[in-house]
Write a protein that binds this ligand. Structure first.
Ligand SMILES: Nc1ncnc2c1ncn2[C@@H]1O[C@H](COP(=O)(O)OP(=O)(O)OP(=O)(O)O)[C@@H](O)[C@H]1O
Length: 312
């Protein structure tokens, strides 16, 4: 399934517009024909992404083939610069590809016009970022429904109630972001991503700005979104403990998917990540092992770099 060859290409223009992405999605009705019949929420074939041209060209993704199963929680891990964010952005239609094809459900998104792509992202994808991107002047309830309000779509009240209760936000709805803790703000961002019942939720380091307790909470909610609400989640993370909450970990190395792990444990993921660095926590890229780019431990230190967000 994996592998491929080099396709250096001039860097295409980036379509990444943070505000639009951060606002997540309004009402995605799961219209018949949208979702792929084979249980695949998104897939890429020969996905190649190069930045820049000539000698300065960087191949961020190198002919990646990947399928994201619907109703599952997939984590994407790999050393810094291995292409995790680029993969997420290309799968989400936030960035152009240099070669290859990307589908969301049965819709091929490569080649879509910007306007169609914007609508597709808005209607069918939910986004969560490390920075919560909440609007400070709006309360939690208004932040949650803002993308739908902008699109002029009415939320499904029953679903919204379920999301709000699942995330434990019922008594926080009138609070503005500044009146909420970091964990609560991320929960609001999570509710915003879920509110429209998108086909796919992309979470880029959703626990990166949180302490471990709040991070655990958010991971628990993403897990519940999959188990109880039937959502599909793809999460980019540096943290083996966070990845342990997923069903499947995809490991990226040098722009290729080099391995995958079903039912991961933090220890197994940590061990796998060590292979990228030759077992040495001092090797470049080993920030991945400790997570969140902390400073290196002294040589010979015990694996206190162990996962910070354990499953149990
Ligand atoms: N806009 C850009 N212009 C040029 N090079 C880029 C750009 N974005 C990413 N890259 C390069 O593409 C490669 C993959 O980057 P990407 O951000 O996808 O990696 P990552 O695995 O998400 O890294 P990190 O864990 O540090 O966030 C890196 O070599 C990076 O320097």
């Amino acid at each position: 399934m994996w592998g491929g060859s080099h396709y250096p290409r001039p860097g295409p223009r980036s379509r990444y517009v943070l505000e639009e992405a951060a606002l997540s999605t309004p009402a995605a009705e799961h219209a018949p024909g949208h979702a792929s019949a084979d249980g695949i929420a998104a897939r890429a074939h020969g996905l190649t992404k190069a930045y820049g041209s000539g000698e300065t060209s960087v191949i961020a993704l190198d002919s990646v083939d990947v399928e994201i199963a619907r109703g599952r929680f997939t984590a994407v891990m790999g050393p810094s610069g291995s292409g995790k964010s680029t993969l997420m952005h290309c799968l989400a239609g936030l960035d152009t590809v240099s070669a290859g094809q990307v589908w969301l459900g049965d819709t091929e998104i490569t080649g879509l016009k910007e306007r169609d792509l914007t609508r597709l992202r808005r209607d069918r994808i939910g986004f969560m970022f490390q920075s919560f991107n909440l609007i400070p002047t709006l309360n939690a309830a208004e932040n949650i429904t803002l993308p739908m309000d902008i699109a002029g779509k009415k939320p499904d009240e029953k679903w919204l109630d379920q999301v709000i209760d699942t995330l434990g936000l019922r008594d926080r709805l009138k609070h503005r972001p500044a009146q909420l803790s970091g964990g609560q703000q991320q929960r609001v961002a999570c509710a915003r991503a879920l509110a429209s019942r998108p086909e796919l939720i992309f979470a880029d380091e959703p626990t990166g700005n949180l302490d471990s307790r709040a991070g655990l909470e958010v991971l628990g909610f993403l897990r519940e979104a999959v188990d109880e609400l039937g959502q599909t989640v793809v999460m980019v993370t540096h943290d083996p403990g966070a990845a342990a909450h997923s069903d499947l970990v995809l490991f990226l190395g040098d722009g290729r998917i080099v391995d995958e792990m079903e039912r991961p444990t933090a220890e197994a993921v940590l061990e796998r990540m060590r292979l990228f660095t030759g077992g040495s926590p001092q090797t470049p890229g080993s920030d991945v092992i400790r997570g969140h780019h902390e400073e290196s431990p002294p040589p010979g230190a015990a694996p206190a770099d162990a996962p910070s967000l354990d499953k149990d």
